[in-house]
Design a protein around this ligand. Structure first.
Ligand code: C2E
Ligand code: CA
Ligand code: CA
Ligand code: CA
Length: 275
């Protein structure tokens, strides 16, 4: 009897999960129709001088009841539901608008947006995005596209020429979550990228054990060898900052410097940094 009850609990648990994500999926369709998505900007900084290197645009979904849903919950769902390219184009559109705004305020700083590997496989996404960039009249160097290492490597022969289309226009190309995705050296050497972003999981270990150190040193070495800028993500402590600086990694993003902010707050934050 007990065993039977446990199975029942287990099944109703799964049914609960399925129902919850089904509801979220219906909400997601509505949310696209109702423009419930917006971007937050998180600064990337030079840790030695504190100067600002640029921003990353991170997508947020605010439901009509005010609840803000984290991307970790809705991006995977959007990917399986075939909605991700639509969301990522929206994020890119808002990023371009933000870059124009910063430019008008006198700041020449690049803003990065994220692209799912699925996007780069779709001609529609790539063509629309390139067209949006051209139409904006914005200098390519004020934009950057971030794609994860695993997505870039999974489909390297197809994705690398597409990344070139962006770097040829002067748009920065960042390989995100670097160190987690089993890159082949030959591929890294020929990657149409400007930047490698060290994943937070390696930064987390700095100062605690050796687990992150070797990967970070290897990524910095790759950067030096092949001419990539290297940046660390998820820097939260002064200890991590010191460790990175002593290894020659100068650019970083993380709560130690700033959290993702609304565009208006990012402009205020910038003015405060530079005054
Ligand atoms: P990501 O691209 O690796 O972005 C970095 C994530 O780390 C962001 O979470 C950021 O807010 C968070 N973060 C930054 N500094 C710190 C720190 O010091 N400590 C901690 N604990 N976290 C930090 P967020 O905004 O929740 O985004 C999560 C992921 O969702 C992103 O990871 C990215 O993979 C995905 N994502 C976000 N926006 C988009 C988008 O427009 N399109 C796509 N395809 N994916 C997106
Ligand atoms: Ca990213
Ligand atoms: Ca990242
Ligand atoms: Ca990451």
């Amino acid at each position: 009897r007990l065993k039977g009850k446990r199975i029942l609990d287990y099944e109703s648990g799964i049914m609960g999960d399925i129902t919850a994500s089904h509801h979220l999926l219906m909400d997601l369709h509505n949310a696209i129709d109702n423009d419930e998505f917006f971007i937050m900007l998180q600064p990337k900084v030079y840790m030695d001088t504190g100067q600002v290197a640029g921003f990353e645009a991170l997508l947020r979904w605010q439901k009509p009841d005010g609840e803000v849903v984290a991307p970790d919950r809705f991006i995977p769902l959007a990917e399986t539901a075939g909605l991700i390219s639509h969301l990522d184009l929206e994020a890119a559109k808002q990023t371009i608008a933000a870059a124009i705004l910063l430019r008008q305020a006198g700041f020449k700083l690049p803003i990065a947006f994220n692209a799912s590997g699925i996007d780069l496989d779709q001609k529609d996404y790539v063509d629309t995005l390139l067209e949006m960039i051209i139409q904006s009249g914005l200098d390519g160097s004020l934009l950057e596209i971030e794609v994860t290492e695993s997505q870039a490597m999974l489909n390297y022969d197809h994705i690398n020429p597409i990344l070139s289309k962006f770097s040829d226009r002067g748009v920065g190309v960042s390989i995100d979550d670097f160190g987690t995705g089993y890159s082949s050296l030959a591929h890294v050497a020929n990657l149409a990228a400007t930047t490698l972003k060290i994943d937070k999981s390696f930064v987390d270990h700095l100062g605690l054990d050796d687990a992150g150190d070797h990967v970070i040193e290897m990524v910095l070495h790759l950067g030096e060898q092949f001419g990539f800028t290297v940046i660390a993500e998820g820097v939260e402590t002064e200890t991590q900052r010191q460790h990175l600086l002593s290894r020659g990694c100068n650019i970083a993003q993380g709560y130690l410097f700033a959290r993702p902010m609304l565009i208006s707050d990012a402009v205020k934050w910038l003015l405060k940094q530079t005054q």
